[in-house]
Unconditional design. Sequence first.
Length: 210
Amino acid sequence: MSDIKRLLVEKLERIHKVRNAFWAYAGRLIKEKLNPVHRAHYAIWVYYWPLWRSIFSGRKILRHWKRFDLVQEGQTFLDYGCGTGWFTIAAANRVGTKGKVYALDCCSRYLKVVEKSSAKKALSNIEVILSDRETGLPDECVDVAWMCDVLHELHEKRAVLDEVHRVLKKGGILAIHDGMMDGVLRYTEDLLSLNGKDGKLLRLVKSNQT
Ligand SMILES: C[S@@+](CC[C@H](N)C(=O)[O-])C[C@H]1O[C@@H](n2cnc3c(N)ncnc32)[C@H](O)[C@@H]1O
């Protein structure tokens, strides 16, 4: 290996180490120090987040779905960390009556909102799941798993990704929209392969062999 190449590799390894240390620190900070603030935020989140999604960020993210042709009629869709279900409803409309949407969240309060809005819109293809990791779904039954602004919050990122990987069909897609951006790949690299990227959205595919 040439000197320049070796220097470059060393530099990249150092950057990688610093980045890992930063995320480990940020994770600890959120978990240990900011937890009461975090909880208070979620207590009122149920009121302002749906508004935020419908007025600001939601439509933009749905345009990414369209660009990636992410959700199609008849598919089974898992909205992991669905919150109050803005994307759950959008997915349910897209997959139609032949498809199915599982909306999973660890907070029952949000799931009640999801149930209310699906009843209001007469959508019968949504099922809510209260969990912070296990989906309770059989192996390889999901075409598309969606995690929007969830991964950075998970304390057990890899364990959740293992579970999502288990329920994904071979060739199934895990789409992650997260501020961690490429940092996501540290948790998925030996599990799923990246096959598309647009801003904060990563499109990962489960190999046909695994
Ligand atoms: C920022 S919100 C995003 C909600 C929704 N995906 C959206 O984009 O509108 C993050 C959600 O992840 C959920 N969450 C956090 N940790 C979780 C876990 N371990 N398992 C399931 N859901 C979790 C929270 O309850 C919250 O609803």
